[in-house]
Design a binder for this molecule. Sequence first.
Ligand code: ADP
Ligand code: MG
Length: 211
Amino acid sequence: MNFKNLNLINPIIRAVTEAGYSKPTEIQEIAIPHILEGKDIIGCAKTGSGKTAAFAMPILQLLKRHTPEHKEIRTLILTPTRELAMQIEEDLGIYSKYLPLSQLSIYEGISTGSLLAALRKRVDILVATPGKLLELDNQRHIDLSKIEILVLDEADKMFDLGLVNDIKKILKQTPQKRQALFFSGTMPISLKKFAETTLNNPVNITINPGA
Ligand code: ADP
Ligand code: MG
């Protein structure tokens, strides 16, 4: 299996190849075709298995299909911590090197003023920690009504950190008709239940290291 078999487009394959990826990891191999088809996903695979690229590569491809007139945010990626947000920001920069898509990351420690300036420009992909997003949102600075794709990254960790109510508040502002992707290292029952009520007919993907 290689990236070409997954029907990924050349600008993405070229970028990941230059980053040293020679073939997809297991979670990427299984999740990417479903995401490209527009399905909701619950992807469970251990830390280090390549979950970021499993959602980032197909999202970049889906966003490239059309360019809406509006400049509201099209993809929201929620992740538990500042460090993880910074890592996703860096990875997205690598994977989208040859694509004309813009991203913005908001997390604790960035000044609200500089974020407000950035939000006035086009943002295709917003990476955010729930806390910082709500802080800006409370001041009505962020419009999530045009979100096409929503990602919960490291969902189990967000639950552990008690961010579930923040997440619910944020999801309420996104359209009903959106593609939602949950990725997690583990699948505790609380998260499973939340996914069942939030996702639309999701494809369940669990990568078992020993299997
Ligand atoms: P997870 O979120 O599952 O913990 P990450 O998405 O952070 O894992 O990926 C772990 C590491 O693997 C990162 O350094 C990333 O650059 C690398 N990686 C991801 N996909 C591939 C691939 N297909 N080939 C080689 N390395 C990869
Ligand atoms: Mg991860």
